[in-house]
Write a protein that binds this ligand. Structure first.
Ligand code: FEO
Length: 392
């Protein structure tokens, strides 16, 4: 079993996810009487992929190319690959065949598989597991029975470069898994939970996703991380997102953050116009509360908040606590409109509001902001069932 993938250490964005440690598009080769490739290649990386493949096998000998997922990061170079693999049969779901033909006009031989179907490569058996909508409607996973290896497609992935092949040889990357999960998996929660359950029902010696490292030790850890992120993952932290023009809302956010920290929670503070939306979405997913702050501009809040709201909705999350702060010059609107949007559209419970004309000017104003942050955390704690039972 070989990793024949493409590494992209310099990539800094994937699907809009910030990727400070690069990215990777994994493909795997199983050498047997009928050699099989699992997933193809991302087109811009095809030359490196081909070198890697040719170092392990003459591509003309490949009998099967299994396509777990038709998205271009795994199939963009499939057409070129097939010209080098004249004997290869493309194995995929019915929906996968439809998408591949539509995307690339393929006229190769297909073997359409359903949940539980198996093919023998000789010594090894591949079993196919349907997991539609993880991340597209055609997705399947492939399980090598004798190797106890699950090729899980996007599931259990992290967008990170291969600093090492195996997860147990890499520096921690939990936050990167969180960000990838938030955008690629969280909006498809029902399908993702079902697929995780299917994976948990398998005996696993190797877990081989399409992105990020391969797991051979502590495989439970990445499965548990995915399960945690599929639930209601709330840490003792508050996400503070503000936008400002003349710095008042920045100053307010800083003082509120002091109150949050002194109340015992972590404060994650971001300026909206300088932030990655997926990171904000992931931080919101894993926070116990969010605080939004905006100047009043043109009779409302800063328009960038509209984009943030779209991303927050993708979190498909249970009701959460929120607070709102803002500034205004001649007429106040941002605080009331942010509150209305949070409560009515996103179903947040807005616990605190503070609005300051031309921002904080006196020590009393700063003290009020400190108290605002502190009080928000105290209210979250008071309403936390886990803390209540601890006291009990
Ligand atoms: Fe890695 Fe959904 O593609």
């Amino acid at each position: 079993m070989f990793w024949i993938g493409s590494d992209n250490p310099d990539g800094r964005s994937f699907h809009g996810i910030s990727t400070p440690r690069g990215g990777s598009y994994n493909s795997y080769l199983i050498l047997d009487d009928k050699p099989a490739l699992i997933d193809a290649a991302n087109k811009p990386f095809f030359s490196g992929y081909l070198r890697s493949l040719q170092s392990a096998i003459d591509p003309s000998e490949i009998a099967y190319i299994i396509i777990n997922h038709a998205e271009p990061d795994h199939t963009g170079a499939l057409t070129q690959l097939l010209t080098l693999c004249p004997k290869a049969v493309v194995v995929c779901s019915e929906k996968g065949k439809e998408l591949l033909v539509a995307a690339y006009g393929l006229s190769c031989d297909f073997l359409v598989v359903s949940d539980g179907d198996e093919i023998s490569l000789g010594k090894y058996t591949l079993r196919f597991i349907a997991d539609p909508m993880v991340h597209w409607p055609e997705t399947i996973m492939t399980y090598c029975v004798e190797k106890k290896a699950l090729f899980s497609g996007d599931l259990f992935g992290t967008e990170i470069s291969h600093e090492a092949l195996f997860a147990d040889e890499m520096q921690p990357f939990d936050d990167l898994t969180r960000d990838y999960f938030a955008l690629v998996m969280r909006p498809l929660l029902h399908s993702v939970k079902r697929a995780i359950d299917k994976a948990k029902g398998l005996e696993l010696s190797f877990l081989c996703p399409s992105h990020g490292p391969v797991y051979r030790k502590d495989i439970d850890k990445i499965i548990q991380r995915y399960e945690y992120l599929s639930g209601d993952p709330q840490e003792d932290k508050v996400l503070v997102v503000y936008e400002t023009i003349w710095s008042s809302n920045r100053d307010m956010a800083k003082k509120i953050a002091c109150g949050i920290q002194d109340a015992g929670f972590c404060a994650e503070v971001y300026r909206l116009s300088e932030s990655n939306m997926v990171e904000l979405m992931a931080q919101a997913l894993t926070s116990k509360g969010i605080i939004l702050g905006s100047l009043t501009i043109l009779g409302g809040y800063h328009p960038l908040f509209e984009t943030l709201f779209c991303f927050l909705k993708l979190n498909c999350q249970q009701a959460k606590k929120a607070a709102v702060f803002g500034t205004y010059g001649w007429s106040s609107a941002a605080v009331s409109k942010l509150t209305k949007r949070l409560e009515e559209d996103l179903k947040y419970d807005v616990l605190e509001k503070i609005d300051m004309r031309f921002g904080p000017k006196t020590p009393e104003d700063l003290n009020d902001l400190y108290g605002f942050g502190r009080s928000f955390v105290e209210k979250i704690k008071a309403d936390d069932p886990a803390r209540k039972s601890d006291k009990g």
